[in-house]
Write a protein that binds this ligand. Structure first.
Ligand code: SF4
Length: 397
């Protein structure tokens, strides 16, 4: 396992090859401190000053970092840079939802969505260019997979949104929550995602509380355990079906990690984070998983989870009416069917909010995200092969 000299975490923080400069956006606090100490011979507090310039004031030019001495600024200019994603376009929905298409390199782009709601603002962040998991109801999956995003490309999405919103951590909070629910499976890009989430939660970064950063996984069981060991964020699981036969059709990863194994991993996660609940996402599709027997099975599954964790409401469920996209074979159930499903869960004592559809006029609703995914065929096959072989969390395509 390779350990980057100025990072607290295993796995490399890429130095921009053409210029051999370190992109400071690729480093969390510990990584920046080490970079300042070992590469520049500077004290830790200099790293802290730079972090604040980048994440609190959205400054990327060292010349503007006026509390650093001239000589240090000149050395930073030589050895480092702050490269943020390029905004190809941004669109605002009538309901205030905002979507950015962000260029990650010459050929690939991903989407990031901001959803304002009573007293909170949630940013939905992508972790990969495309996704290799191929869930059959997902728009992202139709685009295939190209590569993992770097730490800089993940935290860069937060940077772009925070700058646009005029967000100032601890003072003017427009961005209160981050959900790793955009394009990609975050646990298949573990190190970069965990490092970016550490900047999101750092006071010198975006200052978000642990429970305000949520990682959503399709169910990469071994990586859920690793996440439990290495991070304290909230966990969400894309469940979408209450039994293996149906779930394997919707989420093919279920073949490798069936529901029983997935629920056991969620129990271990919840027990490790005493008192924290796990959220289960359930996309309702007409005639597929919205029938009374599905609700009954779902209740049994989640009640068993509560018992194993020995906590009432340890399992939270979010119901998401399917958002159709061109070419899909699935349909959204009508409102009566959605309410009936919800009522069955409520009658069993479960809180089961139905997620309001937001931003569908700009194709920013759940499951509708699509970027520009280049050169996907060969990479997708390779990535899938690695997942099948159990290498998923370490794959870097
Ligand atoms: S639902 Fe999530 S894990 Fe499944 S294909 Fe879409 S982005 Fe990937």
């Amino acid at each position: 396992m390779c350990v980057h000299p100025w990072s607290s975490r295993p796995s490399r923080s890429p130095v921009t090859e053409a210029t051999a400069k370190q992109n400071l956006l690729d480093l969390d606090r510990a990584g920046l401190e080490t970079f300042f100490a070992e590469e520049l011979g500077e004290k830790r507090f200099r790293a802290h000053q730079v972090m604040k310039w980048i994440h609190h004031r959205h400054v990327t030019g060292f010349d503007e970092m006026t509390d650093l001495g001239k000589a240090l600024r000149a050395r930073l200019e030589e050895r480092a840079e702050v490269v943020v994603p390029q905004v190809h376009f941004d669109k605002e929905s009538a309901d205030g939802t905002h979507k950015w298409l962000l260029g990650m390199d010459g050929r690939n782009a991903i989407e990031t969505v901001y959803i304002p709601d009573k007293g909170r603002g949630t940013l939905c962040v992508s972790s990969q260019v495309g996704c290799a998991l191929n869930c059959t109801f997902c728009s992202t999956a139709t685009q295939g997979f190209n590569r993992n995003l770097s730490t800089a490309e993940i935290i860069g999405q937060v940077w772009v949104a925070a700058k646009h919103l005029g967000n100032i951590p601890h003072k003017q909070r427009r961005l209160t929550n981050v959900v790793m629910m955009g394009m990609g499976e975050p646990l298949a890009n573990f190190d970069n995602v965990v490092r970016a989430m550490s900047v999101m939660r750092d006071d010198l970064g975006y200052g978000l509380a642990n429970k305000r950063v949520t990682l959503s996984t399709a169910g990469m069981v071994p990586m859920i355990d690793r996440l439990g060991e290495e991070s304290d964020v909230s966990l969400a699981v894309s469940l979408h079906a209450p039994n293996d036969e149906l779930r394997t059709k919707l989420v093919p990863l279920n073949k490798k990690y069936p529901i029983a194994e997935l629920m056991d991993a969620c129990v271990r996660y919840a027990l490790r984070k005493k008192g924290e609940s796990v959220t289960f996402e359930y996309t309702l599709m007409k005639g597929v998983n919205d029938q009374p027997e599905h609700a009954r099975e779902l209740v049994a599954l989640l009640q068993a989870f509560d018992r194993a964790v020995q906590m009432k409401d340890a399992a939270k469920i979010n119901l998401i009416p399917f958002n159709p996209f061109p070419g899909t074979r699935y349909e959204r159930p009508d409102d009566v069917a959605i309410r009936a499903f919800q009522k069955q869960l409520n009658n069993a004592g479960m809180i089961a909010p139905v997620r309001r559809t937001r931003g569908d006029d700009i194709d920013a609703a759940c499951g509708q995200l699509k970027g520009q995914v280049a050169d996907r065929t060969r990479r997708q096959a390779e990535f899938r092969r690695r997942l099948e072989g159990g290498e998923g969390g370490h794959a870097t395509a």
